[in-house]
Design a protein around this ligand. Structure first.
Ligand code: SF4
Ligand code: SF4
Ligand code: F3S
Length: 270
């Protein structure tokens, strides 16, 4: 992959917490420096780029005009509500005087492909939680029909972004499920690979956090675990190759599913 043919990448930040960028900064296969210098050419990324002000804007515009084309990565949901004294669509979120809505539509429409990284960018996530006064939305809802791959999670696992990029560079867009997630990473539920599953099968449910049963590895379903309804590879890939929520004693809260944070599927778990 390392060559002068590195694809241009524009990374947009919309309504978000930057946790997604924090996660990719901790990638180890490859390390972040190798990823952004050897595998891709990260021309625009508001939180880690050296340029600022007009220089940063120039990097964005120049990349969008480059005949070689570019891939977009979007972090964060898109505020779409009409607001402000000018009744401007998307006025709740602006970078450099442009609404996130306007920039996202332009960048995604011009991209060879767009990877939405994190549940805010994919489905709205925390930013779209009720009552959602900014009318924040996921990118595929704002730019329907564009070639989009969703890599959700809050935060998402950097393994799934690097894997998606490598797949795109070597074989093109990966196979996707009905909510545009790569099947290779999101094809099985958290529950499918959970080490507490034998306790679930034996109706052994931890009664409380920190209980002896929870420490012994009993199932966290009665404490609200959404592992059976959530598709992600956390149990097999883990975060930083070390740990993941259920191993640490916390239920899966369904962070990679459409509808997270409000979670209409919670009913009936207990
Ligand atoms: Fe932050 Fe989660 Fe949104 Fe990523 S998906 S920006 S971690 S709130
Ligand atoms: Fe399934 Fe959650 Fe129980 Fe693991 S802790 S077995 S994911 S319900
Ligand atoms: Fe998210 Fe559940 Fe994994 S909360 S990080 S999908 S275990």
């Amino acid at each position: 992959l390392t060559s002068d043919n590195r694809p241009n990448v524009i990374w947009l930040h919309n309504a978000e917490c930057t946790g997604c960028s924090e996660s990719i900064l901790r990638t180890v296969e490859p390390y972040i420096d190798a990823l952004i210098l050897d595998v891709i050419s990260l021309n625009y990324h508001e939180t880690i780029m050296a340029a600022a002000g007009e220089m940063a804007e120039k990097a964005l515009v120049d990349t969008m005009k480059d005949p070689k084309g570019y891939v977009a990565v979007v972090e964060g949901a898109v505020p779409t509500a009409v607001a402000g004294v000018n009744n401007e669509p998307g006025a709740h979120g602006k970078v450099s005087g442009h609404t996130m809505l306007d920039t996202t539509v332009k960048v995604v429409k011009g991209a060879q492909a767009t990877i939405c990284y994190g549940t805010c960018a994919t489905y709205g996530g925390v930013q779209a939680a009720a009552p959602n006064p900014t009318q924040a939305k996921g990118v595929s809802e704002v730019v329907p029909g564009a070639p989009i791959v969703n890599v959700p999670g809050c935060p998402p696992n950097p393994f799934n972004l690097v894997g998606t990029i490598v797949h795109y560079l070597t074989k093109g867009l990966p196979e996707l499920d009905e909510v545009l997630r790569p099947v290779a990473f999101y094809g099985e539920s958290v529950h499918d690979n959970c080490p507490r599953q034998e306790f679930f099968d034996n109706d052994q449910f931890a009664p409380s956090f920190g209980s002896e049963e929870a420490r012994k590895g009993w199932c966290l379903r009665k404490l609200g675990c959404r592992g059976p309804e959530t598709y992600n590879n956390c149990p097999t890939v883990k975060f930083n190759q070390i740990n993941w929520p259920v191993q640490a004693g916390h239920p899966c809260i369904g962070c990679s599913e459409p509808g997270f944070w409000d979670g209409e599927n919670w009913e009936g778990i207990n």
